[in-house]
Design a protein around this ligand. Structure first.
Ligand code: SAH
Ligand code: F3S
Length: 496
């Protein structure tokens, strides 16, 4: 019998990539592979990559530079580049790093086990990517992006009681700055039955929180005969699953925030009152140059409907600073928006020109890096102030928190408390606010009440309330090994 082969996998980027990694690992495990956290012990080193900003790509190219020597020492080592950068750069990856054996785009990940076998059998380097967006009819391109969601590997999830489910792949919005429609292909919805079946299976395995993910999750539409299913209908179906506690969904496109969806969020008890609806900018002119498809007036109309229906909802946004031609006056409009709207938090990015986007082809990247950096700082400071004011309102209140695990502080200390050892834990409220508190580790995976005693811009802290007996136990709690190395999460609500 041959010894078990070991895979080191590093994941960069968004939740889609975290989910993709879970699926690749599940498929390789079935072929007898195991995971390792050590590069020197690995028989294969894979990077699941992100192309949204240059910075994420640079990280991967430097990681590839580091593993070159490992490959020289051990020629049988398989080096793989998976995901969005593979789709975007294709042959260029091997031109820059000829020691790479596998280049596999996000629409071809189901082929990874077969391709690994080909490399092992001496078939040489393998490249599998989907068609470029202009390389054929929409249907032909769509068909070349396949998704294979049913295969899951719980050990790859950040926690065993939280899971992502994909509602659709790709994006058809083509915002001028964004490479996603190019690397993830046309928008394709999954059938509602597949989504419900996956949710029931996950809940059966002990999962308590499901986050639906799609590039524009609220654009979800599935037509079958005369019947159309929208995101609001998916939420109704998921809410009825016994054993599931919380439902979230990201990312929302402002124009598709319909009244029926807002009503579903308001009325369904398990759906979190947390909505990530990126505005991207505060100026109509810039939004136009970004080809976002709405004005600030329309965004505020949507925001008003949302606030009216769910006054305490936590709304978060993404912003890009230093987009092509952004003037001081235009930036001020973004700053005003952040100061007045009251987002729970905002993810702020410096514009990074991406080959293959409309902005890259037609609009010069003319805002100097130093100006981008300064605007980023100013906007982040403004958001921090707004977030702090928002969070302070919670001091003195009691919040139900889903306990997620050790706080970053105690994770860094790598403490190993006994079954009842008290540690600093972290969890989230129904509105996605991070709460830090001291409690026994056995509470991980449970819903507990926390009395909030202090607030910072990015988190609350508090104490476990009386009546711990009410905490709902999680059967089959396993602590996953930290094998998903996540860096540079772009639009995720996690991570602050
Ligand atoms: N709909 C996706 C968006 C993916 S990109 C989602 O699921 O969130 C995430 C965020 O990165 C975008 O909302 C945008 O704010 C930012 N972004 C995208 N392209 C960018 C670029 N070229 N430069 C800087 N930021 C970018
Ligand atoms: Fe789609 Fe990217 Fe715009 S994912 S909605 S093109 S920000």
């Amino acid at each position: 019998m041959t010894a078990t082969k070991r895979l080191f996998l590093e994941t960069v980027g968004c939740q889609m990539n975290v989910l993709d990694s879970e699926l690749v690992v599940a498929a390789l495990r079935r072929q007898g592979w195991d995971m390792t956290a050590s590069v020197s012990e690995a028989d294969a080193i894979f990077y699941n990559t992100c192309s949204v900003r240059q910075h994420a790509e640079d990280k991967i190219y430097s990681a590839l530079g580091r593993v070159r020597f490992e490959k020289e020492k051990r020629p049988d080592l398989i080096i793989g580049v998976l995901g969005c950068m593979a789709q975007k750069d294709q042959e260029q990856i091997r031109a820059r790093a000829p020691w790479v054996d596998l280049v596999v785009g996000p629409g071809q990940l189901h082929r990874v086990p077969g391709l690994v076998k080909l490399v092992q059998d001496g078939g040489g380097p393998q490249l599998e990517v989907s068609l470029d967006r202009k390389a054929g009819s929409r249907d032909a391109v769509a068909e070349s992006f396949e998704s294979y969601d049913p295969d899951r590997d719980p050990s790859m999830r950040p926690t065993p009681f939280q899971a992502f489910i994909r509602t659709q792949t790709g994006c058809d919005k083509f915002c001028a700055f964004c490479v996603v429609p190019r690397v993830r292909g046309p928008e394709q919805a999954r059938p509602p039955e597949a989504i419900f079946a996956e949710a029931r299976k996950l809940v059966g395995e002990g999962c308590r929180e499901i986050t639906l993910i799609g590039q524009t999750v609220n654009s979800y539409r599935w037509s079958d005969g005369g019947r159309t299913t929208r995101l609001a209908d998916l939420l109704v179906g998921l809410d009825a699953i016994e054993g599931l506690d919380r439902i979230k969904f990201v990312t929302n496109y402002p124009r598709d925030m319909t009244d029926d969806l807002i009503a579903a969020v308001r009325d369904l008890p398990k759906v979190c009152h947390y909505l990530h609806v990126p505005a991207q900018h505060g100026s109509d002119d810039v939004l136009k140059r970004m080809k976002r498809g709405y004005t600030i007036g329309e965004y505020m109309e949507m925001y008003g409907r949302l606030r009216e229906a769910i006054p305490h909802a936590a709304v978060t946004s993404d912003f890009i600073v230093g987009f092509c031609g952004e003037t001081d006056a235009e930036f001020e409009l973004t700053l005003d928006l952040v100061k007045t709207v009251g987002f729970k938090n905002s993810f702020i990015f410096k514009y990074s020109p991406r080959p293959g986007t409309k902005a890259f082809d037609r609009q010069p990247d003319d805002v100097p890096e130093a100006v981008k950096k300064e605007r980023n700082r100013v906007l982040l400071d403004a958001q921090a102030e707004v977030s702090l004011v928002g969070n302070r309102r919670f001091i003195g209140s009691r919040q139900q928190v889903l306990v997620e695990g050790l706080s970053t502080r105690d994770e860094k200390r790598a403490i190993e408390p006994g079954p009842d050892g008290v540690a600093q834990l972290t969890g989230r409220t129904m509105c996605d606010r991070i709460v830090v508190f001291d409690a026994p580790l056995r509470l991980v995976g449970r819903l507990v009440d926390i009395d909030i005693t202090a607030a910072g811009a990015w988190s609350l802290s508090g104490e476990v309330a009386d009546g711990l007996a009410d905490a709902v136990p999680l059967e089959r709690l396993e602590r996953p090994e930290p094998l998903v190395h996540q860096i540079d999460l772009p639009a995720t609500p996690r991570g602050h």
